[in-house]
Design a protein around this ligand. Structure first.
Ligand SMILES: Nc1ncnc2c1ncn2[C@@H]1O[C@H](COP(=O)(O)OP(=O)(O)OP(=O)(O)O)[C@@H](O)[C@H]1O
Ligand SMILES: O=P(O)(O)OC[C@H]1O[C@H](OP(=O)(O)OP(=O)(O)O)[C@H](O)[C@@H]1O
Length: 230
């Protein structure tokens, strides 16, 4: 029996994930070439699958992989009712980014979610339409605006990239996106609301919650123990 561990297929997330496994004493066999997306962990019944970070979240949600390294933001955004289907086994300390609500710097009297609620409430009267929020994080946005802050009158405009440009382009009024250094927000004259941090995300080792054999469960627990003890 074998379990599948999905790792990010490119960039810093891939390099840092491999470094975590090495530090935990696991030897990932070299890929036969850069474009081969599968390999194994030496001496363990663990198959490695290299996938994109967002795909890893999706595959954890539908139970196609047993373990995966991906961002907490993607787990919470991609998997409906994520806590029923996945569990965070370890926070890995890299891939840090905050998911934030940001508004134009020119909105001088809007600094908090309560201020934004006021703006949303009067937006239709003033502008003849609802407040538009550009984001690719529509699930996190709905939870934060509607469930946590009771803001109901808005419209999500799905953005697939360059989200920070949406207010200047006129396709949205405010945005929800990730930020790490803050330079993209600053370059686009946007400011984070004082209570506008929705999630402080980082890369995590995530376990799919699904039935598996006793041997596979033992392998999975051994991997998690090694990661947590690194
Ligand atoms: N500055 C950053 N820019 C983008 N993602 C970041 C940044 N810092 C940390 N991350 C995290 O990296 C993860 C996204 O990684 P990546 O962009 O490789 O994913 P992806 O969406 O699957 O890739 P692709 O763009 O190929 O579809 C998220 O969890 C995100 O929070
Ligand atoms: O706070 P900063 O350091 O400026 O980083 C934040 C930016 O980085 C990401 O973009 P990137 O082009 O890396 O990826 P994406 O837009 O494809 O997610 C993200 O979407 C922000 O736009």
């Amino acid at each position: 029996m074998t379990i599948t561990l999905a790792l990010p297929s490119k960039g810093r997330l891939k390099e840092e994930s491999l470094a975590v496994l090495t530090k935990a004493g696991m030897k990932v066999m070299p890929q036969t070439d850069e474009r081969s997306y599968r390999t194994r962990v030496d001496g363990l019944d663990v198959e490695i699958a290299f996938l994109s970070a967002s795909e890893i979240a999706r595959e954890l949600g539908n139970g196609t992989v047993d373990l995966g390294v991906t961002g907490e933001d993607l787990v919470r955004e991609t998997i409906p009712d994520w806590e029923k289907r996945a569990a965070i086994g370890a926070r890995l300390g890299f891939g840090r980014a905050d998911v934030v609500v940001a508004v134009p710097e020119a909105w001088l009297d809007v600094d908090t979610m309560a201020d934004l609620d006021d703006v949303a409430a009067e937006f239709r009267q003033r502008h003849g339409r609802r407040l538009r929020i550009a984001t690719k994080y529509w699930r996190l946005t709905q939870q934060f605006f509607s469930s946590q802050h009771g803001i109901q009158v808005y419209r999500i405009v799905e953005s697939l990239g360059a989200t920070e440009g949406a207010p200047a382009a006129g396709s949205a009024d405010v945005i929800v996106d990730i930020t790490s250094t803050g330079s993209t927000l600053r370059a686009n004259h946007l400011k984070i609301l004082d209570d506008g941090v929705i999630l402080q995300s980082q890369a995590c080792m995530v376990q799919a919650l699904k039935p598996r054999s006793t041997e596979d469960d033992a392998t999975l627990q051994a991997v998690l123990a090694a990661i947590n003890g690194r």
